[in-house]
Design a protein around this ligand. Structure first.
Ligand SMILES: NC(=O)C1=CN([C@@H]2O[C@H](COP(=O)(O)OP(=O)(O)OC[C@H]3O[C@@H](n4cnc5c(N)ncnc54)[C@H](OP(=O)(O)O)[C@@H]3O)[C@@H](O)[C@H]2O)C=CC1
Ligand SMILES: O=C(O)C1=N[C@H](C(=O)O)C[C@H](O)C1
Length: 243
């Protein structure tokens, strides 16, 4: 399988090159960075995108027009953007596209465990902690987690999380689907998240830490194998991991 990489010199892109080179049955056709000629990777069967929220939509249009499958880790996907990707996938039904906010197995499980716990707790908040070079906040993982917690709460008939704050000066973080998300940007960190739940007399904390970007690579390689067999849009990693 011939794999191309968008964002090849980036922190994730360079790790993807190493992972693809080591994976059975995969080789890289190379990669491109911003403003480089994309034709260089035009013969790839699958292209992996770890770039920037401002670049990714254009990269998707380019790949789909050429019939190239895509694995996308770039974050910042709004519902509007996803709708556009759905339209593009419908126009190119033979192509597989997978978008995941986090490829590490622990983070996928953290999101799953959070959705499982959500109906049982009156309170829920998220703290996401990342390196200070991260372009987006809140992180894609925290936004996905918040949406899943909110959906599980709604299904269970839970109302809003309790909060008596009168003057909100930003100290209560971003709010995604009614769930507060607090962002920390700290030199020395890679990617970390705590999901906190609270009920009368108890709390539950689910924490995941990626200390190294190698943690994302088994998921990326599995996703590359998945998209060539699965046309259409796959969101997140559950289907790939059989969860
Ligand atoms: N889903 C997941 O599991 C993970 C997702 N991410 C996400 O991946 C993205 C990248 O993260 P990271 O590697 O840390 O960021 P970096 O800034 O280290 O790398 C991004 C790279 O993409 C390049 N780039 C930007 N636009 C384009 C374009 N149009 N075509 C080709 N290359 C382009 C940048 O070039 P230049 O520097 O010249 O601008 C840079 O080399 C972020 O959105 C991040 O949130 C990160 C980790 C895990
Ligand atoms: O930018 C990062 O580093 C990461 N981005 C993803 C996100 O926004 O959730 C995944 C992981 O947290 C690392």
């Amino acid at each position: 399988m011939q794999v191309g990489i968008f964002g090849v010199s980036g922190k994730m892109g360079s790790e993807v090159v190493r992972a693809v080179t080591r994976a059975d049955g995969m080789t890289t056709v190379g990669g491109v960075d911003i403003n480089e000629d994309r034709d260089k990777i035009g013969r790839a069967q699958v292209v992996v995108d770890f770039t920037h929220p401002d670049s990714v939509m254009d990269n998707i249009e380019w790949c789909l027009q050429l019939g190239i499958h895509m694995v996308i880790g770039t974050t910042g996907f709004t519902e509007e953007r996803l709708e556009r990707v759905r339209e593009l996938c419908e126009a190119h039904p033979e192509v597989g596209v997978l978008i995941a906010s986090n490829f590490s197995i622990g983070a996928v499980l953290m999101m799953k465990f959070a959705a499982l716990a959500a109906p049982f707790y009156e309170s829920a908040e998220i703290v996401e902690l990342h390196h200070p070079n991260k372009a987006d906040a809140p992180s894609g993982t925290s936004a996905t987690t918040a949406r899943r917690i909110a959906a599980a709460r709604a299904e269970a008939g839970l109302g809003e999380v309790p909060d008596a704050t009168v003057h909100d000066d930003g100290a209560r973080g971003a709010v995604v689907d009614g769930i507060h998300v607090h962002g920390v940007r700290l030199r020395g960190l890679v990617a970390h998240q705590e999901v906190l739940f609270g009920a009368e007399g108890e709390t539950l904390t689910i924490r995941h830490d990626s200390f190294d970007r190698v943690s994302f690579m088994p998921g990326v390689v599995a996703a590359i194998r998945h998209v060539v067999e699965q046309p259409g849009l796959t969101l997140e990693m559950e289907q790939v991991l059989g969860l």
